[in-house]
Design a binder for this molecule. Structure first.
Ligand SMILES: Cc1cc2nc3c(=O)[nH]c(=O)nc-3n(C[C@H](O)[C@H](O)[C@H](O)COP(=O)(O)OP(=O)(O)OC[C@H]3O[C@@H](n4cnc5c(N)ncnc54)[C@H](O)[C@@H]3O)c2cc1C
Length: 363
């Protein structure tokens, strides 16, 4: 396996628990405290439970009771009341680094070998090679040829600030013309902020590029509600360019397979990047375990995963437009959302039943 991100570590755990011998090669010298918040929806929590990790995951994450859509002044537009309308489901908020640490421990406990500081430069010739090596995968071009992602014209900042002691356990989305900001408490006293603006200048697609907090504050200076107070507290901020990549056409060739961002990088607007990686990992392990042979198992894996991931990536692309509406279109759309939220609140959530009701462990 190449890559000890969320896809690679979950797959290592799932495969090792089923008795496969797994070695993970990760270029980072240590799985350090990198990244910020992730929203983990019930479709991935089912995998975490099936891996026996729910009690530990619950301890490192926080519940998400609702999703609140607000306008840039902070006025409510719509609420997806998850706790009320989907009480059986677990929506959680977690720091990426804490989830990575948990998955690393679980994979090692299950018997997987994880070799840190090992960058794969030439693809090894092994009976099964899994590329869990993220958006700049080395294995993906070997299966799909060279591809060029395109810059969406959107740039995102992300930052962590201290959470208020009475922080609302909800993901809040503040939508303004050409920009939006998402924030939620992560547990352990932290609040995550992701702020997206449309701007034509280009930023690299990477997770460790530093931005300027003053620039972030200036971009959201017209926002109201809690946003100015949050942004005042930002001391360090990361910045990354949002690129659109096609979902890979070829996920496997019988000896090699792609999972996670290596197969289907997504814009962050459905909060499903890590979730799809976790789903992939379980289903890959289940297919390989079910046999009858590796080629059939990998073909089945792609057939099960590709259409679903395609649908999720397309939904995230659509949200990019919906959040940033301007002028009269924005007024009409917000009025419509307000009405649906008031008159038929379950309709907003049920639109996503296909996403959240999916149970990878039923395979
Ligand atoms: C440092 C970092 C921080 C992130 N922070 C956030 C965040 O704050 N919020 C968010 O929503 N998403 C974040 N993400 C993305 C999110 O984790 C992924 O979209 C999602 O979890 C899918 O994970 P993945 O395992 O497929 O890919 P990734 O998480 O990208 O993991 C890929 C792994 O492969 C390793 N790798 C790549 N190439 C090689 C190679 N040639 N040899 C050996 N190892 C290799 C990388 O070092 C990395 O550990 C972050 C990703 C990274 C890498």
């Amino acid at each position: 396996m190449i890559g000890a991100g969320i896809a690679g570590l979950t797959a290592a755990c799932a495969l090792a628990q089923r008795g496969f011998a797994v070695t993970v090669l990760e270029r980072a010298g240590a799985l350090r405290e990198v990244g910020a918040g992730l929203q983990i929806s019930p479709n991935a929590v089912r995998v975490i439970e099936a891996l026996g990790l729910w009690p530990r995951f619950r301890a490192i994450s926080a519940p998400s009771q609702r999703v609140e859509l607000r306008d840039s002044a902070g006025r409510p537009v719509a609420v997806l009341d998850l706790a009320r309308h989907r009480p059986q489901d677990r929506f959680r908020l977690v720091h990426r680094a804490r989830l990575v640490t948990l998955l690393e421990q679980a994979a090692r406990e299950a018997g997987a070998r994880i070799e840190l500081g090992h960058e794969v430069t030439a693809l090894p010739d092994v009976p099964l090679l899994i590329g869990a090596d993220g958006v700049k995968s080395r294995l993906r071009p070997a299966l799909n040829g060279a591809e060029t992602p395109f810059f969406t014209g959107q740039t995102a900042w992300r930052a962590l600030i201290p959470a208020e002691s009475d922080a609302v356990p909800a993901a809040q989305v503040f939508m303004g013309p050409g920009r939006h900001l998402v924030s939620y408490p992560l547990g352990q006293g932290q609040r995550n902020i992701v702020a997206v603006v449309e701007r034509p200048d280009w930023h690299e697609e990477g997770w460790s590029i530093s931005g300027d907090p003053a620039e972030l504050r200036a971009a959201f200076a017209r926002f109201g509600g809690p946003v100015p107070g949050w942004l005042e507290q930002v001391e360090r901020v990361g910045i990354w360019g949002l690129f659109r990549h096609p979902v890979a056409a070829h996920w496997q060739d019988g000896r090699r397979a792609l999972i996670g961002d290596a197969a289907h990088p997504t814009l962050p607007f459905m909060a499903q990047g890590a979730v799809m990686a976790i789903e992939d990992a379980w289903i890959l392990a289940a297919c390989l375990d079910a046999g009858p042979d590796q080629q059939t198992a990998l073909a089945r894996f792609q057939a099960l995963r590709q259409p679903r991931c395609q649908r999720i990536v397309e939904a995230a692309n659509a949200n990019a437009r919906n959040y940033h509406l301007r002028g009269p279109t924005r007024a009409v759309a917000h009025a419509g959302l307000r009405a649906v939220s008031r008159l038929a609140p379950t309709r907003l959530i049920e639109r996503f039943a296909w996403l959240y009701d999916y149970d990878p462990t039923a395979l």
